[in-house]
Design a protein around this ligand. Structure first.
Ligand SMILES: NC(=O)c1ccc[n+]([C@@H]2O[C@H](COP(=O)([O-])OP(=O)(O)OC[C@H]3O[C@@H](n4cnc5c(N)ncnc54)[C@H](O)[C@@H]3O)[C@@H](O)[C@H]2O)c1
Length: 459
């Protein structure tokens, strides 16, 4: 029988934590859920990772860790697995009744009409209706729209006939995850967390658990929807500001101004927060979070949050702008883009991660495929694989051989010391388009390269 933590006072809860007598289930052990489960297990609490992906479960149980792009992950993984504090299973029916606390780290993507898709949470919620008892606490870490927990997930868990009662048979809380892929283990140890719950007496219990595991500050929010609004606000703030700087970048290209020089100087002012232009905004968070807010607002008025709508349009146009820069460079070189060979460096949506969800590279590749160019794609995280229907190269030098133009899409650290001489060797009128700000335009030009860079006016 799971422990009903809501009936315990703080000192009793602390004793349970100290004695490591709580069992925690984490449903969804992907990019966020697996590191979460590992940290909980590493704190000494017995942890069960639950997922529908059989291959992933087999990997974890055979001590073969995924997420090889997450620094520090390997050390903690080996430690936890050797102490046998973490087990993984696909059998949710068997696992949930054993857990005192259930954390949901399920995906919240959107469909191809940009409508948020909460199927995974609602499916698991309906399942929990048959599995919860005795006041177990369910904590949602997934990113959702404000109100989803109160209006949809709660009903799914209670069931159509209210066979479970919130506040009695189970308790529902949120603790939205804010870690950054590529820095997850570091962020887990330093970023404050938000906590909100349906029944306010549950938030301190969630705080006690997360303080014990992560040792970070817990910010108590008045309810679930406010906590979820904070999470969306921080990400949508970034989406909007990147759109602003992307639009400025296009203007500055025309005005002959270097956007990076502007940002460098502007950030000397204490209340300016730098954001940088690029080929678009991808990943499972920022674009989805903007559409989550738009989904919430359109229930009231489709004219709400116009700034978010415009930001999305601007950021979604950046792959086309990248192609426009490439066409312009080909024009200067008097070569034809059609039937040329183009090298793309980087497909991940952000530097130094193995992740192509909603990556701008997908649109860039699609637009170039429509122009009948031959593509050579290199990404250190996707060696000799098929990405968006194209085979990737096995080495950087292969990618830079026999090509007409190079486009740097992702600022992976492997491209930090890209030798411009390599690009020069491959072609007599080398073209380089930089979406990342990595290449110094003056340096490139001094090598005789026909250079274009997003936001690089005045070169
Ligand atoms: N990745 C990020 O950068 C990040 C950062 C902060 C918050 N988040 C949020 O965290 C949540 C999880 O994101 P993620 O990146 O870890 O996703 P992910 O896709 O990497 O992992 C989700 C896992 O859930 C599993 N799953 C799907 N349906 C299931 C079901 N019905 N039952 C059991 N398991 C199921 C999948 O197999 C997968 O392993 C999302 O809401 C996301 O928005 C993500």
């Amino acid at each position: 029988m799971p422990t009903n933590l809501s009936l315990l006072d703080n000192s009793q809860i602390q004793a349970y934590l100290k004695n490591r007598s709580l069992k925690i289930g984490v449903v969804g052990i992907g990019r966020i859920g697996l590191p979460t489960a590992l940290c909980i297990a590493n704190s000494g609490l017995e942890t069960i990772g639950i997922d529908i992906n059989e291959k992933l479960i087999a990997m974890v149980n055979s001590k073969n860790y995924p997420l090889k792009d997450e620094p520090e992950f390997d050390k903690i993984f080996d430690n936890v697995i050797s102490q046998k504090k973490l087990s993984a299973t696909t059998d949710i029916t068997n696992a949930i009744p054993k857990c005192d606390v259930v954390i949901l780290s399920l995906p919240t993507p959107m469909n191809n009409q940009n409508v948020p898709d909460y199927t995974a949470l609602l499916t698991v919620g309906k399942n929990l209706n048959k599995l919860l008892s005795n006041g177990q606490i369910v904590i949602v870490e997934s990113t959702v729209e404000p109100g989803f927990i109160e209006n949809e997930l709660l009903q799914a868990i209670e069931g159509p006939n209210h066979s479970l009662k919130s506040g009695v048979d189970f308790h529902l809380a949120v603790c939205p995850e804010t870690a950054n892929p590529g820095e997850i283990m570091k962020d887990f140890q330093k970023l404050p967390r938000l906590v909100g719950s349906i029944d306010t007496k549950i938030s301190p219990i969630v705080s006690a658990l997360y303080t014990y595991v992560f040792g970070v500050e817990l910010i108590q929010m008045p309810n679930c929807k406010t906590a979820n609004a904070v999470k969306l606000t921080t990400n949508v703030f970034r989406d909007i500001n990147i759109a602003f700087v992307n639009e400025l970048a296009i203007l500055f290209e025309k005005l002959g101004i270097d956007t990076y020089a502007v940002i460098e100087a502007a950030k000397r002012k204490y209340n300016f927060q730098p954001h940088f232009p690029g080929p678009g905004v991808g990943g499972p968070c920022l674009p989805v979070n903007s559409y989550q807010y738009l989904n919430s607002s359109k229930k009231f008025d489709t004219n709400f949050l116009k700034i978010v709508q415009e930001a999305r349009k601007i950021n979604e146009n950046m792959p086309q702008h990248t192609i426009d820069l490439l066409i312009d460079a080909f024009h200067e070189s008097n070569k034809s883009l059609e039937n040329s060979t183009i090298t793309l460096l980087g497909v991940s949506y952000k530097p130094n991660v193995h992740d192509i969800q909603i990556a701008p590279s997908e649109i860039i590749i699609k637009l170039l495929n429509e122009k009948n160019v031959k593509l050579k794609i290199f990404d250190p995280f996707f060696i000799s694989e098929n990405v968006f229907g194209n085979n990737t190269e096995k080495s950087l030098s292969d990618a830079l051989t026999d090509t007409d133009a190079v486009v740097i899409i992702t600022a992976h650290k492997e491209f930090d010391d890209l030798h411009l001489e390599n690009i020069l060797d491959s072609t007599n009128k080398p073209i380089l388009v930089d979406c990342t700000g990595k290449i110094n335009p003056i340096h490139a030009k001094s090598h005789g390269i026909i250079f274009r860079g997003i936001g690089r006016g005045g070169i």
